[in-house]
Design a protein around this ligand. Structure first.
Ligand code: BES
Ligand code: ZN
Ligand code: ZN
Length: 497
């Protein structure tokens, strides 16, 4: 697909024309549509679009000046003064969903640019984000709705080209996450994960791997216990991307369960297949690192992912087993399905010991309870530091990946007390499942370290279309962490892009 920014669109080559307007811009519609269709049709469309409001779209299939038919889409970005990058990108997503032409050659005009000079690149990016499909296992690709070209009219060519290049690097990270999450677990096993991780070396990222023997030496019994029932190996993979040593080191830690059957505490079969996506946290860590490196961002980031599989066999860990974690804290495994926190317990401790980061953010599809609490809109945010939580929340608002802060409070500590070990891996009280999971993780976080845990169990995947993704994997987290790192932990600071 080709994306071009130009001062005037090649009117004779567009098969789809998109006009993005504020809610008071019917003159703008008229002046642009006159280039493509007759006056009567222009007036008809203008009248039809009179009452368009925020995020509403109207599409028309009308005769073009050359006698062929052309698809015209008018999309409303809302009231002047309310446009944001996130809202305009989202609108691009809605527009994308409305395009009917196959092999579309899209021409975009936007009236939003008068307020948001890089609007064109955000609209184009939204269109592309939404058009992503995973069809590699379909032997006939009949429903294919490819976009051949997007041409955006803009007065700010170099700014939009630069912004679009940046958004493309971020999209590459998002698409990698979506791909990894959508691949079935027989393909996306731990070896495949390792292969993808190692491929980041090409981008200047240092990648290292701890295998079973290395982890045994480090006494990482919490993560090793989870992988015991699987025939696939367990890995702890680390990434180092340091292009500015003067910046505080920030660590991203991810849960990478290539499949979570629940183990001996087996999950019900309905929807169990969705658990191929239980590696999303780890995939997001990889996706973020990839996009940072593609942007050549000047920063100091390490990534650590625990990659394993929660299966059932004669060697699987049992409910009631006690494991000694790398931190020496003992854990009673009350429920083998609460395995993500066991993986993270060792991954968090290892990251602290090895890298001593100032800030650590872990991402995990940790609890089904987060969907009960927040649905698919907000991811759950837990943090021991108000400043860090505020920064993450504000990045979330900026990019449209929303976070809702949840409590981490000593009053929940009793819930994870074990009779025979230091902690147990599930809460004894009823409810608050996402909070007790976060409280468990906190046991492995040193007090001196700023730490945030993001529970993405319900935002990583949606059974319905979303603004920027079709049903399935969303890639939630990549844009959020890119924004957070760019604003708070990169030498350029706020780049203005
Ligand atoms: N991977 C699941 C959480 C999950 C559920 C992710 C639904 C995505 C969609 C996690 O390992 C798990 O099984 N958690 C249990 C915890 C319980 C046993 C305390 C849960 O949420 O039911
Ligand atoms: Zn589980
Ligand atoms: Zn899990």
């Amino acid at each position: 697909m080709e994306v071009i920014f130009s001062e005037s669109i090649r009117t004779d080559e567009a098969s789809v024309v998109i006009v993005v307007v504020s809610d008071d811009a019917s003159n703008f519609i008229e002046s642009k549509l006159q280039l493509f269709t007759d006056e009567k049709t222009v007036q008809y469309i203008r009248a039809e679009c009179k009452d368009l409001s925020y995020n509403k779209i109207k599409s028309f299939n009308v005769p073009a000046l050359d006698g062929k038919f052309i698809e015209i889409i008018v999309a409303c970005a809302g009231k002047r003064g309310t446009f944001t990058r996130a809202s305009v990108e989202k609108l691009g997503g809605y527009v994308s969903g409305a395009i009917k032409s196959k092999d579309a050659k899209i021409g975009i005009y936007n009236d939003v640019e008068s307020e948001l000079d890089m609007a064109a690149s955000y609209i184009a990016s939204g269109i592309i984000l939404k058009s992503w499909v995973f069809d590699k296992y379909k032997t006939s690709k009949v429903s294919e709705n490819k976009i051949e070209r997007i041409e955006c009219q803009s007065c700010y060519l170099s700014l939009n080209q630069e912004t679009f290049a940046k958004l493309t690097s971020i999209r590459d990270g998002i698409f990698l996450v979506r791909e990894m999450v959508t691949e079935p677990a027989n393909i996306m096993n731990s070896d495949k994960f390792l292969e993808i991780s190692l491929s980041l070396k090409r981008l200047g990222i240092k990648v290292s791997v701890l295998k079973k023997r290395d982890m045994e030496k480090l006494e990482m019994n919490a993560i090793l216990g989870v992988g015991r029932g699987s025939d696939n190996p367990t890995y702890l993979i680390t990434f180092e991307y340091c292009t500015d040593k003067t910046k505080d080191r920030i660590a991203l830690v991810g849960k990478g369960l290539t499949f979570d059957s629940g183990g001996i505490c087996i999950k019900p079969s309905n929807k169990m297949g969705d658990m191929k996506g239980d590696m999303t946290g780890a995939a997001v860590v990889i996706g973020v690192l990839k996009s940072l490196a593609l942007q050549k961002m000047k920063t100091n980031v390490v990534g650590v992912i625990g990659v394993t599989e929660n299966m059932i066999s004669g060697s699987a860990q049992r409910p009631g087993d006690v494991v000694v974690s790398m931190s020496k804290k003992t854990i009673e495994v009350d429920n083998t399905d609460a395995e993500g926190r066991l993986v993270l317990a060792d991954a968090i401790w290892y990251t602290h010991k090895k890298y001593r980061p100032k800030v650590m953010i872990d991402l995990a599809t940790l609890t089904g309870a987060i969907q009960v609490a927040l649905g698919h809109e907000f991811a759950g945010l837990f943090s021991n530091d108000d400043g860090l939580a505020d920064d993450l929340e504000s990045s979330g608002k900026n990019v449209g990946e929303k976070l809702w802060r949840m409590p981490l409070h000593p009053s929940y500590e009793n819930d994870i007390k074990s009779d025979i070990a230091d902690v147990k891996n599930v809460g004894s009280g009823r409810g608050a499942g996402s909070i007790t999971a976060a409280m468990f993780l906190k046991e492995f976080v040193p007090n001196s370290m700023k730490w945030a845990h993001i529970d993405i169990a319900a935002t990583e995947w949606d059974s319905k279309d979303r603004a920027l993704s079709k049903r399935g994997a969303t890639g939630f987290g990549v844009r959020l962490l890119n924004d957070f790192i760019e604003r708070r932990h990169c030498s350029r600071g706020e780049s203005g892009l």
